[in-house]
Design a protein around this ligand. Structure first.
Ligand code: KG4
Ligand code: ZN
Length: 341
């Protein structure tokens, strides 16, 4: 059973092909980073138009990578949300066209859930209950996959996503876009305790996070140094900022794991590439005897394989959509994602 997954929720046009739920056959991502780079962030209309241009060539590349023909595809899965409305619409329209033309089932997928289920392409069937921290340019969410395979969101950022904060601070420091990898690299030689930046909402009793105050604090500190004629040590600023972000994410996630009585954690999303975050999560999980699952980077960043995997799970549970499938930029995790029954 071959499922083709279509992902266009943000700025990657991505097609993945998965066989029998767990075997990765193709994972092709056409990144638009160069298009959005000059703006320092994703421009929604530019993304939607680029998805249109890139869709068919990316499908072709994925079929070649899988050694398959379109006629071999048994079902189409597509991200229905959350994400950018115009961008999602291109993917969902393409998926409907494929399903209609090939007369195969269509299933809409929740992007956050797909980030978590990507792990099954490397470790095999997930064995819930488990918690997941999904961190990328668009989201920072702490979710739980319950024993029956359904998902619940425990908390999320109330303002900036973690990757967004990395990108904004990188831009302020005059580094390239996307900024996360640049800050990760610059931090290597820096002292994470050189500057003290705030850790917001640590003790508010929720699993939500707030990162915009941290961003403002970094910018304010740089301006203060400039005003008094002091050169900031950029590596120290980057390392201290990164430490603050990693701190809140690790602390809140591990608290959720403890409160929910869980023993496994999945770390996913583009920011899961961050070396400090990975090391910290690993150390915290080791200390508590928890299993940490971190998919390899191509399965962490936005990709179509995760959508195919999630869609295959839904299909296996008897879930189907039809051509009335709508995009939902704010698609909640718990709705329209739980397999019936
Ligand atoms: O999952 P992703 O590819 O796309 C979105 O859904 O946004 O994540 C991209 C984000 C960007 O904000 C990028 O700066 C961040 O992930 N990122 C990192 C690292 N690599 C990518 N952030 C911190 N450290 C990294 N090594
Ligand atoms: Zn994502």
């Amino acid at each position: 059973m071959l499922v083709l997954g279509v992902e266009t929720s943000c700025d990657e046009t991505a097609i993945g092909i998965v066989e029998d739920r767990f075997a990765l056959r193709a994972n092709v991502v056409a990144s638009q980073a160069q298009l959005h780079g000059p703006y320092g962030g994703v421009v929604p209309e530019v993304a939607a138009r680029a998805h249109l241009d890139l869709m068919l060539p990316t499908i072709d590349r994925a079929l070649v990578e899988a050694g398959a023909h379109l006629s071999d595809i048994d079902a189409i899965a597509v991200t229905a949300g959350p994400g950018l409305a115009g961008a999602l619409l291109v993917g969902v329209s393409a998926a409907k066209g494929l399903a209609l033309a090939r007369d195969v089932p269509l299933v809409g997928v929740n992007h956050l859930r797909a980030h978590v289920e990507a792990a099954q392409l490397e470790v095999g069937a997930l064995d819930p209950p488990l918690a997941a921290l999904v961190v990328s340019g668009g989201h920072t969410s702490i979710v739980v996959m319950d024993a029956d395979g359904s998902f619940r969101q425990l908390g999320a950022t109330i303002d900036d996503a973690a990757g967004e904060a990395f990108d904004k601070i990188a831009r302020f420091l005059g580094l390239g876009y996307p900024g996360g990898p640049e800050i990760d690299r610059l931090s290597q030689g820096g002292n994470p305790r050189a500057y003290h930046f705030p850790r917001a909402m640590l003790h508010d009793g929720t699993y939500d996070l707030s990162l915009s105050g941290l961003k403002t604090a970094v910018i304010r500190e740089l301006r203060r140094l400039e005003a008094v004629g002091e050169e900031p040590v950029l590596a120290d600023v980057a390392a201290s900022f990164q430490e603050a972000i990693v701190d809140v994410q690790a602390i809140k996630t591990l608290r959720a794991v403890a409160d929910e009585g869980l023993e496994q954690v999945v770390l996913a999303g583009g920011v899961a590439a961050n070396r400090r975050l990975r090391a910290r999560m690993q150390a915290d999980c080791d200390e508590r005897g928890l299993r940490l699952i971190v998919p390899s980077i191509p399965l962490c960043t936005d990709n179509g394989a995760m959508v195919a995997a999630s869609g295959a799970n839904l299909l296996a549970a008897g879930h189907l959509d039809d051509l009335s499938l709508a995009v939902d930029p704010n698609l909640p995790l718990a709705v329209a994602t739980e397999p019936p029954g």
